[in-house]
Design a protein around this ligand. Structure first.
Ligand SMILES: NC(=O)c1ccc[n+]([C@@H]2O[C@H](COP(=O)([O-])OP(=O)(O)OC[C@H]3O[C@@H](n4cnc5c(N)ncnc54)[C@H](OP(=O)(O)O)[C@@H]3O)[C@@H](O)[C@H]2O)c1
Length: 303
């Protein structure tokens, strides 16, 4: 459908956290929400870049309500401290946008020793979401959006070697695993929220192939980006649609729909049968609780 950020309803009174919002899709998600009156918290690991993004938003929208907060998802202590600041500053949160991500870096680990992509993209957001849930449940109808990718389609959760410690590190396989984990988490969280009759909803989304800094670790991908990438504002649209439209609650995963889901307008995104596998999702949930030490909804029986 031809839906753009400008079509979004008024978001005044809403409070939104957007991770990784100093650049790329996150920046456009934050910009779009701020333009419609939401109070937006730019949750970023680099405060200098985040402040520059805030200044760019304010230059465009002088009355925007934008705050900057330090959040490094590759450091669980930092996730805890960020969440504590949110709890002491805000009474509720209406939107949590789990957007930040890293793609195909050289082999490296988070501060807690997790493979960087799985640790940042999935485990960091898993911990963040658990810690912010009480604030989201304090809002009338909060939503949690988690950014997945068409890369989830080639993903497989390797429970025997989640951090590539035993086998050779294959960057794309680790990225795809992290993005499959993002989507499985979004779907499993929704099942657990609904089983608890929570007012909060969880949805997944993806931005197709958007030209952003995500490509920074590969010259080849940056080359193809010149021909295949679309602008990041368009890539942000499925997330904004899923975060704000009533109709979006009828389906769990939104993306762009043309050219193998790399381009185009917002619509229902395709997910693999692996992504829908509830047993694997439950196992991933249990492992994520164990690894992060953030335990929530563990005893929730999903139908
Ligand atoms: N672009 C695409 O074609 C595409 C396709 C499918 C899915 N996605 C997903 O879309 C999301 C946004 O990516 P993008 O394309 O906008 O890439 P991007 O321009 O590189 O933005 C990624 C954001 O995540 C932040 N980030 C990285 N590691 C972090 C950490 N440890 N803690 C906190 N923030 C961290 C980055 O901060 P710095 O600026 O400080 O590095 C940046 O703000 C990602 O989840 C990505 O997997 C993108």
């Amino acid at each position: 459908m031809k839906w753009e950020a400008e079509h979004m309803s008024n978001q005044s009174g809403k409070i939104a956290v957007v991770t990784g919002s100093n650049t790329g899709t996150g920046y456009h998600i934050a910009h779009g929400l701020a333009a419609k009156g939401a109070h937006v918290i730019l949750a970023c690991r680099n405060l200098e870049k985040a402040t520059a993004a805030k200044d760019r938003i304010l230059a465009d929208i002088p009355n925007a309500k934008v705050a900057v907060e330090h959040l490094d998802l590759a450091d669980l202590q930092c996730v805890k401290e960020f969440s504590e600041r949110m709890h002491s500053t805000y009474q509720h949160l209406d939107l949590l946008i789990n957007n930040a991500g890293v793609m195909i870096p050289p082999k490296s680990t988070t501060k807690d020793g997790f493979e960087l992509q799985f640790g940042t993209n999935h485990l960091g957001h898993f911990a963040l979401t658990g810690r912010l849930l009480p604030l989201l449940e304090a809002a009338p109808k909060a939503r949690i959006l988690t950014m997945a990718s068409i890369a989830h389609k080639s993903g497989k959760i390797d429970f025997d070697d989640l951090h590539s410690e035993r086998k050779r590190y294959v960057r794309w396989a680790s990225y795809s695993q992290s993005k499959l984990a993002n989507l499985m988490f979004a779907l499993e969280l929704e099942r657990r929220l609904k089983a608890r009759k929570s007012s909060v909803s969880s949805l997944g989304c993806h931005p197709g192939w958007s030209s952003t800094d995500l490509q920074r670790h590969s010259l080849v991908v940056r080359f193809f980006d010149l021909f295949l990438g679309m602008n990041a504002k368009k890539g942000a649209a499925p997330c904004l649609y899923a975060a704000t439209e009533e109709e979006a609650l009828t389906y769990g995963y939104w993306g762009v729909t043309k050219r193998g889901e790399m381009h185009g307008w917002t619509g229902r995104a395709k997910m693999t049968s692996r992504a829908r596998n509830e047993q694997t999702a439950q196992k991933l949930w249990a492992v994520s609780c164990e690894l992060t030490g953030v335990t929530y909804f563990e005893d929730t029986q999903t139908p």
